[in-house]
Write a protein that binds this ligand. Structure first.
Ligand code: NDP
Length: 468
């Protein structure tokens, strides 16, 4: 890949980026910036390939994508090792082998679903048929937390519906993504799926390109807004998943013994670096001590360390930027007299490790509660009444997910109905499913992924209206 400057639209970007193993700080490689000329060339090839790809029958595309799923399955061990090396999540537990199984599932399901034409109106005078047409070239901007799985969420539905895709992985997780793209491209025709690499500027050039018809973005609200600005140039359609600051409410008197494992992983999946992790927990004041004790006891037994060691199920923070951000929030909590209710063991080695940390004596208005910490830190906030808990849970600019934990289903559903979020889980958190639409309310983004709704999002509706 060339490394020339972005003379056309952006400032020169010549500094390469080093991808590191976050457990050991070993250098994996130098990530090059794809040049603007190279991006132009790739988009031109993607446009040509899109004509041929969309001309294939739906059944043919389905069959090819099911073969992609098989290839991912066959290479899942190798790719999981790459994820662990570069992203950091452990091989074991809900880690990189789990991420690879999700990649396989999220390929099989969109490949298998159907979105047939639909007669939306018919009477004696006319018949109106709704068809779903591909948009063209899709730019996929993937983040570093679930680098392969989220890239798959963006790529596979787009391809299924006849688009071609240009993916930009996060600079932090480029090499593992390139390994996966090699596997996928061993099945796909040429130029149906291409990759550009480098820093955010590369993503910026790609998303603002006049020939891009759709952007699938997962990342921060700040960058999501830049993608919206870029779309003013090309009017690209957008699906934006901009993270969350998900609240969980434990209803009074919950039998914790049944829920503690789900509660733990709801908050600490991927060391909390998950868009739909539980990031604020609201607990009735009478239950507070019990919840803190149960979560502390459970957390004390979860081993953290280099994810390549299969004994570990918790790993490092993925990168220094995120490590510093979490550390800053912890310092702020400490300076504002927060209680450090529990602090887990931190492995004695290099790497961006932050122990599981439970924090009390904080409330809405504390930075650790109001800001998405995206790390293994959980503020636990007391409430007196459920009205108070709901109000505090909704007091956020985010609205991706939320959860209610209760033994009485009807009561839990009543509270779930009042929460402002794209998904409210009951007695689980972050339990996404490839058949079930997933998207955010408020500043968590717009558009949905997964299921038939996710397929619709990468198409243009086209009506043919016939006079009778
Ligand atoms: P970003 O939003 O900057 O990164 C997400 C993706 O966008 C990356 O591929 C990034 O590339 C790319 N990108 C960066 N700038 C642009 C641009 N101008 N145009 C198009 N694409 C661009 O997130 P950060 O990595 O900076 O993380 C910041 C915070 O965002 C985290 O602390 C967390 O709170 C949240 N986050 C949420 C995620 C989610 O799942 N919703 C995932 C990751 C982060 P590159 O990495 O090369 O800069």
């Amino acid at each position: 890949m060339e490394n020339t400057s972005f003379a056309k639209e952006t400032a020169a970007v010549n500094t390469e980026f080093l991808s590191l193993n976050p457990s050991t700080l070993e250098v994996i490689g130098e990530v090059e910036n794809t040049s603007a000329d190279e991006i132009d060339r790739k988009i031109k090839n993607a446009k040509i390939a899109q004509k041929q790809w969309s001309a294939r029958s739906d059944a043919e595309r389905k069959e090819i994508l099911l073969k992609v799923a098989e290839a991912l399955q066959q290479n899942s061990k190798h790719l999981a090792e790459w994820i662990t090396r570069e992203q950091g999540k452990p091989l074991s537990g809900p880690g990189s082998n789990f991420e690879m199984q999700a990649c396989v599932g999220w390929t099989q399901v969109p490949a298998s679903l159907d979105l047939p034409e639909e007669v939306v109106f018919e009477d004696d005078t006319r018949k109106d048929i709704l068809y779903r047409k591909p948009i063209g070239v899709v730019a996929a901007i993937a983040p570093w937390n679930w680098p392969l799985m989220i890239a798959i969420w963006q790529i596979i539905p787009s391809l299924r519906m006849g688009n071609t895709v240009i993916l930009k992985p996060s600079e932090y997780t480029t090499f593992s993504t390139l390994e996966m793209i090699k596997v996928i491209n061993s099945v796909l025709p040429e130029n149906v799926l291409q990759v550009v690499t480098g820093r955010g500027e590369v993503g910026s050039y790609l998303t603002g390109h006049p020939e891009i018809g759709k952007v699938m973005f997962t990342g921060s609200i700040a960058t999501g807004k830049k993608v919206i600005e870029a779309s003013a140039k090309n009017m690209a359609r957008l699906t934006l998943e901009c993270g969350g600051n998900d609240a969980g409410i434990i209803l009074p008197g919950l039998d914790l013994s049944k829920h503690i494992e789900n509660l733990f992983w709801g908050a600490f999946l991927n060391m909390g670096q998950t868009c739909a992790c539980l990031k604020r927990l609201y607990v009735h004041e009478n239950d507070y001590e019990n919840v803190v004790k149960a979560l502390s006891d459970y957390s004390a037994n979860i081993p953290m360390g280099n994810g390549a060691d299969e004994n570990n199920v918790l790993g490092p923070i993925q990168n220094k930027m995120q490590f510093d951000k979490i550390q800053d929030l912890l310092n702020d909590a400490e300076n504002n007299n927060a209680d450090f209710l529990f602090k887990g063991q931190k492995p004695d080695q290099d790497g961006y490790f932050i122990p599981i940390t439970l924090i009390g004596n904080v409330d809405n208005g504390s930075r650790i509660v109001d800001e998405e910490q995206f790390g293994p830190v959980l503020p636990i906030i007391k409430y007196k009444t459920l009205e108070d808990a709901v109000e505090k849970a909704n007091d956020s600019e985010n609205g991706l997910g939320a959860s209610v934990w209760g033994d009485e289903l009807e009561e839990a559903q009543k509270i779930a109905a009042q929460l402002e979020a794209g998904t409210v889980w009951i007695n689980q958190h972050g339990a996404i499913n490839p058949f079930v639409p997933f998207g955010g309310a408020k500043k968590s983004g717009y558009g949905v992924e997964f299921g038939v709704e996710g397929l619709k999002a990468v198409t243009i509706p086209k009506v043919i209206s016939i006079k009778k």
